[in-house]
Write a protein that binds this ligand. Sequence first.
Ligand SMILES: Cc1cc2nc3c(=O)[nH]c(=O)nc-3n(C[C@H](O)[C@H](O)[C@H](O)COP(=O)(O)OP(=O)(O)OC[C@H]3O[C@@H](n4cnc5c(N)ncnc54)[C@H](O)[C@@H]3O)c2cc1C
Length: 371
Amino acid sequence: MIAIIGGGVFGLSIGWYLARSGQAVTIFERGQVGRGATWAAAGMLMPWKLSDSFSDDLFALQRDSYQRWPRFAQELGEISDIPLHYQTDGRFFVALFDNAVQRLERQYRFHRDIGFPVEWLSGDEAREREPNLGPNVLAAIFTPMAHHVDNRNLILALREAFLAVGGRLREQTEVQELLISNKRVHGLQLSGETCSAETVIIAAGAWSGRVPGLPQPLQDVVRPRKGQTLILQMPPDAPLIKQPILGPVYLVPRPDGRLIIGTTVEREAGFDTRSTVGGVFHILRKAQGIIPNIEELPIIELGAGLRPTGPDRLPVLGPTGVDGLIMATGGHSYGILLSPVVAFTVCHLALTGHILEIIRPFAPNSGSDKI
Ligand SMILES: Cc1cc2nc3c(=O)[nH]c(=O)nc-3n(C[C@H](O)[C@H](O)[C@H](O)COP(=O)(O)OP(=O)(O)OC[C@H]3O[C@@H](n4cnc5c(N)ncnc54)[C@H](O)[C@@H]3O)c2cc1C
């Protein structure tokens, strides 16, 4: 039996791929599936090199996964009726200050030179397309390449797909300890029950280093990076914006008029997911600089999620040095984007023992110590 710890987007995607290839797979989720970082996300899907120091290996992994997304979405759509709202209509990146314009120009040149379809717009040109953009927007990039998905529906669809191909799901079931002896994993300790497994995949998000029984070097494999968000309600027939906008914060519209805005990246908050005045204030102030008219919208939800962040913000994917034990975590801010490639490569590893080249740079403990 293959056991997966964690029912977030990584655990469910891997579980779906393994179960449909005929394996007996059980996902253990201590709460309800998808209520960790995956619930808090905005669902934006695009490879993007944010800075000169952004890892080439990560960019390659993002591009690979981005190319897998249309098929991933189509196959999910064939199994589940839950609409993913997988949208391919593009996104604006905006700059509000001179130094942000220079940064955006560098990103524009880099992505144009590698062949991405990017269009440089003045503030006024951007306002012609999205009239509610505020006067502080000095410049923008538009790219039709940016896609997005409703991450909450994605989880519901993955749950359905996993069960439809014979996967076994145990929600409200916390894994209390990994059973390891002679450098081999044998199974899991649950409350009042042990469960044998030849392969265990740890996909427990920001908690991946905290599963009891994990050997010491793996305990620091990821740290939580808190991200706060708000959801506002726009009139569905008169939305303030049509396409996602990314600046100092992001604003992502959903077809039902919800507007997801975020986020913070907090190093010191530990595992605390409460909303804070400072976090909410920061997001609203920045969002209002981009779209002043959000002032009129009701707030329908405050939330936060914990990004699983590996060393240098790189994913952590691969064998661990304990036979049968695999890590699949470290999605940081791009875990929804990365799910198809993670599902494919981790499934391949679990079935064949072979590590595909694309994930080799992300072996547990291969990065630096900087988290
Ligand atoms: C505010 C915010 C915005 C984001 N926006 C985007 C975006 O636009 N695009 C994008 O690609 N990515 C985005 N991300 C990143 C993305 O959400 C994450 O990388 C991804 O969801 C991580 O998925 P996961 O399955 O690894 O972890 P999670 O979704 O956190 O799932 C881990 C699961 O493991 C369970 N678990 C933990 N310990 C145990 C245990 N001992 N036993 C049983 N179960 C256990 C937890 O209950 C949880 O359900 C965003 C993240 C945040 C916080």
